[in-house]
Ligand binder design. Structure first.
Ligand code: ADP
Ligand code: ZN
Ligand code: ZN
Length: 763
């Protein structure tokens, strides 16, 4: 009798927990790879997923002991290649197979075997809400309508729709709060909402090299080179990787669109990953205008029912292009030819909960298994990708880099000036150097806009006692409390606890340590910068964007609208303003404190800082007028700062790679972070010690290096103590599998162990 290997949806402590079941004759045709099945496990029923079919049991199994599959609950959701990839993810990232298999299932459809009140087992599955299939398009009369200058959201919407109709659910997902804009534009007859399938006209298909490629008129030389490289890779179909290393505005999206076109011409499908922040109506509009109805959107803000609908469109072959966040990688695209990862350096491509996979590495494996190609794009590629290109390849696969050094529109890159802050500080001095203050005044008086970045990663404004030097900390988490001057509160940004700090003579305003009244707020926060800009520019519209001002629904969008609408406005914010903003009137970008993020004990601190400064630099001078950037820093000799000013990324990359090689850090080794946490610190310590002992033991046999155990920098989060051990292993080592085996049986109730292979969050 034929045999199915089944991954069961049961709590398990083993990695590749597949179980063999016999396939009874009645189910012969239905038990395919990817099918959901019902089986008995011990004395209970269990739901499982078929990952392999064989003609007969292999010699190690005693067929007479095997049980039969009881039923097939759902048809195949994934094929053998996906099953192979799922098992690879489980091994690579040390997670149970079921967690990896779940990635490939249609959204919102996990059936569970549950014990009913009468003791019998029943199957439950989540109820999915009603689906609507409404679309939005510009109406015939829309041509005569011009949005008011301040109607950022109207303009956004009309821009996106100018390229063709969009699904209502998609618009709502990527443009929070769009509903009211839609209503008012619909009332004025500018847009219309309609039911059902739209007639989406795909512009006539173009072949590569055709003289009349649709928008734009002509590709730049860089774009042509990039495309030629991608189409060679497509032709080889050997899983090779092309890194499109192009400055902001060099037209990378156009390269992706043309490459996808080429893949579709070959009858192959495509997956495009974009970071959440770049999933704007414009981005979607550009894809829809090229590929019409063939584009599916996979996004966490769609409802489960909507995501399921999109997934089904892909499964049926109706949609051959998927655009979305990380999870789009697991959509069942037929005959996959191309995967594109935009902004490939973004750390959000690393999933921080199990399965802790990195989308770039999973994509590289995926295209290899499918004989497809991977295109990575960025203005600041990751050191991992740059090194792989330098080496000419990685683990037997070719990696190739194409540079695009100029903006496609011909706009100039902004000039960058560095201001050394050392020795300039005096009591009560301003957050702005004379250079930055002058530039702010000039820009404002010219009616142009400025963006001010407060680099706050890892640091927030806190209070310090002038008498004893103590900094109030959260009693539940090991971080200092953030001081909010407006509300006079101390807030823990980890667990959300709040301590009101009433003005003197209220006794609670005293130092918790020595009772002193002299609690002072050092450092620069967004609120202080906001105040200083007002002081400097008087009547200017100052908009502050940080975690506090953007927490409400649609708040983000409203603040941007205000910025857009007001000539001479200044936008003050944290890293959230560094990316994606495209306002042509911004001619000045100021970085108030470039180097705060350099001091974090994280080996990627320099890379993160460089990326942030480069990205924020790209916000200046996107329109007709050239832009300028002023970067203030106490550490202006550090390559992460200096090389942004000298526009010499190669120098930064070279120095940073040298440091990483010296200190044995990625991309020269694989690094795994194993964190033990729990409320009982004694047990946490005992567990992490035992874990470290086992790892050291294993390290003698493998070429590993074990660092720790040690208390995490964030030693306590929500009253759970955290200790960790770090393991470094040679590139290509099968680290996940070994770590999973080694940590078996550790911990127990109340103690959790997180294995993070290729870790990005090491604090
Ligand atoms: P990137 O993603 O590299 O930052 P985009 O793809 O967003 O850049 O392109 C920047 C701008 O240049 C867009 O407005 C785009 O329409 C325009 N553009 C792209 N390619 C060309 C081209 N070949 N000729 C003229 N403009 C172009
Ligand atoms: Zn004190
Ligand atoms: Zn806390």
């Amino acid at each position: 009798m034929p045999i199915a290997s089944v991954v069961l949806d049961i709590p398990t402590r083993s990695l590749e927990s597949t179980y063999a079941y016999l396939i009874p004759e009645v189910l012969e045709d239905k038990v395919e790879v990817g099918a959901t099945v019902l089986v008995s496990f011990g004395r209970r029923p269990a739901v499982g997923y078929v990952v392999k079919r064989s003609r007969e049991p292999d010699a190690s199994l005693d067929a007479s002991k095997l049980r039969e599959i009881d039923d097939v609950l759902a048809p195949s959701a994934f094929d053998e290649v996906s099953a192979t990839l799922a098992m690879w993810i489980a091994r690579e990232y040390a997670c149970p197979a079921i967690a990896a298999v779940r990635l490939f299932l249609p959204p919102g459809s996990l059936p569970k075997a549950r014990k009913g009140e009468d003791g019998t087992w029943e199957l439950t599955s989540r109820h999915l809400g009603k689906l609507e299939n409404r679309w939005v398009r510009l109406s015939q009369s829309a041509g005569g309508f011009t949005p008011r200058a301040d109607a950022y959201r109207q303009r956004d919407l009309m821009d996106a729709l100018s390229k063709g109709p969009l699904r209502l659910s998609e618009l709502k997902a990527i443009l929070p709060g769009v509903a009211s804009t839609l209503r008012s534009l619909a009332k004025r007859g500018v847009v219309e909402v309609f039911e059902g399938e739209p007639e989406l006209v795909r512009p006539e298909a173009t072949t590569l090299g055709s003289a009349e490629a649709p928008l734009p008129e002509r590709l730049t030389r860089g774009q042509m080179r990039a495309l030629a490289t991608v189409s060679r890779a497509l032709g080889r179909g050997d899983g090779s990787v092309v890194l499109v290393d192009g400055v902001t505005g060099s037209g990378k999206t156009e390269v992706y669109l043309e490459a996808i076109d080429a893949a579709l011409e070959l009858g192959r499908g495509a997956i495009v990953l974009v970071p959440e922040i770049s999933l704007t109506p414009q981005t979607l509009g550009r894809f829809r205008s090229r590929f019409g109805d063939e584009v599916a959107l996979m996004h966490s803000r769609l409802t489960p029912a909507e995501r399921r609908q999109q997934w089904m469109a892909v499964r049926s072959g109706k949609a051959r292009v998927v655009v979305g966040a990380r999870s789009a990688l697991f959509c069942p695209v037929g005959n996959l030819g191309l995967v594109v990862i935009d902004e490939e350096h973004e750390f959000t491509y690393k999933q921080e909960q199990a399965p802790r996979y990195h989308a770039r590495d999973v994509a590289a494996k995926l295209v290899q298994l499918r004989g497809a190609s991977l295109v990575l794009g960025s203005a600041t590629p990751s050191l991992e990708s740059l090194k792989r290109c330098q080496d000419g390849g990685f683990l037997g696969v070719a990696w190739e880099r194409v540079r695009m050094g100029e903006r496609a529109t011909g706009a100039l890159l902004p000039s960058v000036t560095l201001v050394d802050l050392r020795g300039t500080h005096t009591e009560g001095s301003s957050a702005f150097s004379p250079e930055l203050a002058d530039a702010l005044r000039e820009t404002h008086h010219a009616g142009e806009k400025s963006v001010l970045l407060i680099n706050r990663r890892g640091f927030s404004p806190f209070l310090i006692c002038e008498d004893c030097g103590c900094v109030p900390e959260c009693p539940h988490c090991s971080n200092s409390l953030t001081y909010h001057a407006r509300t006079r509160e101390l807030v823990c940004h980890t667990c959300g606890s709040i301590w009101p700090l009433k003005p003197w003579p209220d006794p609670t305003s005293l130092c918790p340590n020595c009772g002193s009244r002299y609690l002072r707020a050092p450092g620069v926060g967004t609120e202080r910068v906001e105040d200083e800009v007002r002081l400097l520019l008087g009547d200017a519209e100052v908009i502050r964007m940080d975690a506090d001002t953007t927490s409400g629904q649609g708040a983000h969008q409203r603040l941007l609208e205000r910025f857009d609408a007001t000539p001479g406005a200044v936008l003050v914010g944290t890293q959230m303003i560094a990316k994606g903003l495209d306002f042509p009137e911004v001619t000045l970008v100021g970085v108030v404190n470039a180097d705060t993020s350099l001091k974090l004990p994280d080996f990627r601190a320099a890379e993160r800082t460089f990326d942030l400064l480069e990205q924020v630099t790209g916000r200046a001078g996107r329109g007709a007028k050239p832009g300028r950037v002023i970067i203030q820093s106490y550490w202006s000799t550090h390559p992460a700062v200096a090389c942004v000013a000298s526009k010499d990324r190669d120098a930064f990359v070279e120095s940073e790679l040298a440091l990483r090689r010296e200190a044995h850090y990625p991309p020269y080794v694989r690094l795994a972070n194993l964190t033990v946490s729990g409320a009982d610190e004694k047990r946490v310590k005992a567990t992490v010690s035992e874990l470290a002992r086992r790892l050291r033991d294993a390290a003698r046999r493998q070429r590993w290096q074990v660092v720790g155990p040690a208390e995490c920098l964030r030693a306590k989060i929500r009253d759970r103590h955290r200790h960790h051990v770090i393991v470094k292993a040679p590139l290509g080592a099968s680290l996940g599998e070994s770590l999973f085996e080694l940590s078996k049986g550790l911990g127990g109730s109340g103690i959790s162990l997180a294995i993070d292979v290729d870790a990005y969050e090491v604090l």
